[in-house]
Design a protein around this ligand. Structure first.
Ligand SMILES: Cc1cc2nc3c(=O)[nH]c(=O)nc-3n(C[C@H](O)[C@H](O)[C@H](O)COP(=O)(O)OP(=O)(O)OC[C@H]3O[C@@H](n4cnc5c(N)ncnc54)[C@H](O)[C@@H]3O)c2cc1C
Ligand code: SF4
Length: 579
């Protein structure tokens, strides 16, 4: 295919831009003039941003995605090598603190077109109906302004668009089946299944995971060599870079990569945002006018940008009249439990994400804490394994060499535990500045009583499963996974930043759409929910048309679900679902 992206940092015009081993981009990119007023700017082309660009451009809006990282050419930029993949992560300076500080960098945030969906493991369980009403059911956390049933049609769409492979019947939450068959088991999955089965715990084998179990169009099926977190050069694992961005470009969207948005501009007289300033790949500051702005920069960069955009009328940060921007940041407990087996396990020989149980997900009155956790396969490659063993056993020097020679005998499960939203777990601005002269994020994080009890119970349960699988030695590393929250949605403008469609309560043409709007997080990986919310926000914006740009009226009518806006060839395929 003769395909190029007209991209300063990309290949020459006559070169092909690869998005996988076979997938290429077929369209030279549309370019909008700097003084042209476009409809929407999407800040950050990640998990949510990619879906928004695709939907809005397909509906005919003029839309630009401004992305801090590169527009990956997977053949040119990616390596199937653990040490060579650090460029995929947001590793710019951030300051972390609190009693139980979060590690920031490679374990949470992406940078580049596709964002975190490029390096995610691609576990794609849905949230449970209970996640949307945690406060009502358990008296902790918060209720969402929407229910599971509002999001369900979007879960179903995204499961086809990625697509998700999984069992014909998934018994937890709102039980349902998957339209594409599950994956065969790798060594870690086999140990999880053995451990769970020996204890009588139901377990799901082979998904749900957004990895192709059979080839599809110009994307080949998974070859089971385990480099998912390094980006999947093969193109079997879904990311918005390969699932949504090509259709966005085909429909006239523009992506400005290596461009860091530094400020959202606001006109005090009209109480409307007017566009954004950004620093381009040459280091020049530029302004782009727009009728509306959607911030999709992830749970740390989104509040940081809003706080850095403080202005007359919003001295504490844009859209922050509630003092909620940056608050209620959440991470999931992500302890890794490692077990040594007599027989080889070979953790690397499968996607890390391929089996899980949600049997402990819901609040159980017999336990002394609210909410719950999932247990999932992890499958670290050798460098991650070495770090875990250093933390878990203090391995070093010759001890580390011996452990590394034993790598093939180890298996690893992850606890995925729900930590509740707390107001003081928050992003603020540090005094330190980054390479662009912008104040960096300071992240404060403390665990509370409920969180600590949940983690203690959860990690003991995972250990039991590992032992029941036959492990002769079990160790664990305490860590966190998946940051969400910090610009939460809610009905009450006094306690939330955006409404149920992502529109900021304060400014009618400023939206937030990414993981930061989640009020609670359950113990499901958040990526599918983030993308489903983005598709719903897009449907809303399409229904509202020009009123978003020129009216202060807030129509809270739910939009019709628009399957016709899915990327071509994704809707109406796969086996019929059981529910
Ligand atoms: C190792 C790892 C494994 C994971 N595995 C899973 C999994 O199995 N399942 C799952 O559901 N989730 C997983 N996740 C989490 C998932 O990747 C994130 O939840 C998801 O990508 C967040 O989506 P988002 O749209 O909020 O932000 P992102 O996808 O991170 O996108 C934000 C984008 O905005 C850009 N940006 C930010 N600020 C600016 C700015 N000022 N100007 C311009 N651009 C900007 C960033 O460069 C980035 O590309 C994993 C994460 C990690 C780190
Ligand atoms: S295991 Fe499959 S999904 Fe993961 S990197 Fe390899 S081919 Fe891609």
């Amino acid at each position: 295919m003769s395909a190029t992206v007209d991209n300063a940092a990309g290949p020459a015009e006559d070169q092909v831009h690869y998005l996988g081993s076979m997938q290429t981009i077929e369209f030279p990119m549309n370019r909008y003039g700097e003084n042209e007023e476009i409809d929407y700017i999407v800040v950050g082309v990640g998990a949510a941003g990619g879906v928004l660009l695709q939907r809005l451009s397909r509906a005919g809006f003029k839309v630009i995605g401004i992305e801090a990282g590169p527009f990956w050419d997977t053949e040119r930029d990616w390596v199937s090598d653990e040490a060579g993949s650090h460029q995929l992560y947001w590793e710019d300076m951030r300051v972390t603190g609190g009693k139980n500080p979060l590690a920031l960098g490679a374990n949470n945030c992406g940078k580049g077109v596709g964002g975190g969906s490029v390096h995610w493991a691609a576990f794609t369980p849905r949230f449970h109906p209970s996640d949307f009403e945690v406060f009502t059911r358990d008296g902790v956390g918060a209720d969402w302004p929407i229910s599971y049933w509002d999001l369900k049609p979007y879960y179903e769409l995204l499961e086809l668009e990625m697509p998700v492979a999984g069992p014909a019947w998934y018994p937890w939450g709102d039980p349902h089946g998957y339209p594409f068959g599950p994956h065969p088991m790798g060594g870690v999955g086999n140990t999880l299944i053995r451990g769970c089965t020996n204890l009588g715990i139901p377990v799901s084998a082979g998904g749900p995971v957004a990895i192709l179990s059979g080839s599809r169009g110009d994307r080949p099926h998974c070859i089971y060599r385990g480099f998912c977190i390094q980006g999947c050069k093969v193109g079997a694992k879904a990311s918005t870079l390969i699932t949504h961005v090509p259709d966005a470009l085909a429909n006239g969207a523009e992506i400005r990569d290596r461009c860091m948005v530094s400020r959202i501009h606001h006109d005090k007289k009209t109480n409307r945002v007017t566009g954004v300033s950004y620093i381009d790949s040459e280091g020049c500051e530029r302004f782009q006018k727009a009728k509306a702005v959607i911030v999709s920069g992830y749970s740390i960069e989104t509040p940081r940008l809003l706080l850095n955009s403080a202005c007359a009328g919003y001295e504490n940060g844009l859209a922050n009249s509630s003092d909620t921007v940056g608050r209620y940041l959440m991470a999931q407990a992500g302890n890794v439990i490692l077990g040594r087996f007599k027989e080889p396990v070979r953790m690397y020989k499968a996607p890390p994400a391929h089996a899980l149980t949600e049997e402990f997900y819901e609040t159980d009155p017999k336990r002394d804490f609210a909410r719950g956790f999932a247990i999932q396969t992890v499958g670290p490659l050798p460098i991650a394994f070495a770090k875990q063993m250093m933390a878990a056993r203090g391995s070093w020097g010759w001890g580390m060499r011996r452990i590394m020679m034993d790598y093939n005998h180890w298996s690893a499960f992850g606890l995925l535990g729900e930590i509740l939203p707390w107001p003081e777990n928050r992003v603020t601005l540090a005094d330190e500045k980054d390479q662009f002269g912008l104040r960096v994020a300071h992240v404060n994080f403390d665990l509370h009583d409920n969180d600590k009890k949940l983690i203690e119970f959860g990690k003991n349960k995972v250990e039991q499963v590992m032992r029941a699988a036959g492990a002769e030695e079990v160790v664990q590393e305490a860590r966190y996974a998946h940051l969400v929250g910090a610009a939460r949605m809610g009905k009450d403008p006094a306690t939330s930043v955006v409404d149920c469609f992502g529109r900021t309560h304060d400014i009618p043409n400023l939206f937030v759409c990414d993981g930061s709007i989640l009020p609670t997080q359950g113990s499901a990986n958040p990526g599918l929910t983030i993308q489903a919310l983005a598709a719903r926000t897009a449907d809303y914006l399409i229904s509202q048309g020009a009123t978003v740009f020129n009216s202060d009226r807030r129509d809270m009518t739910a939009p019709p679900v628009r399957p016709e806006l899915s990327p071509p060839g994704t809707h109406g395929v796969g086996v019929p679902r059981l529910a």
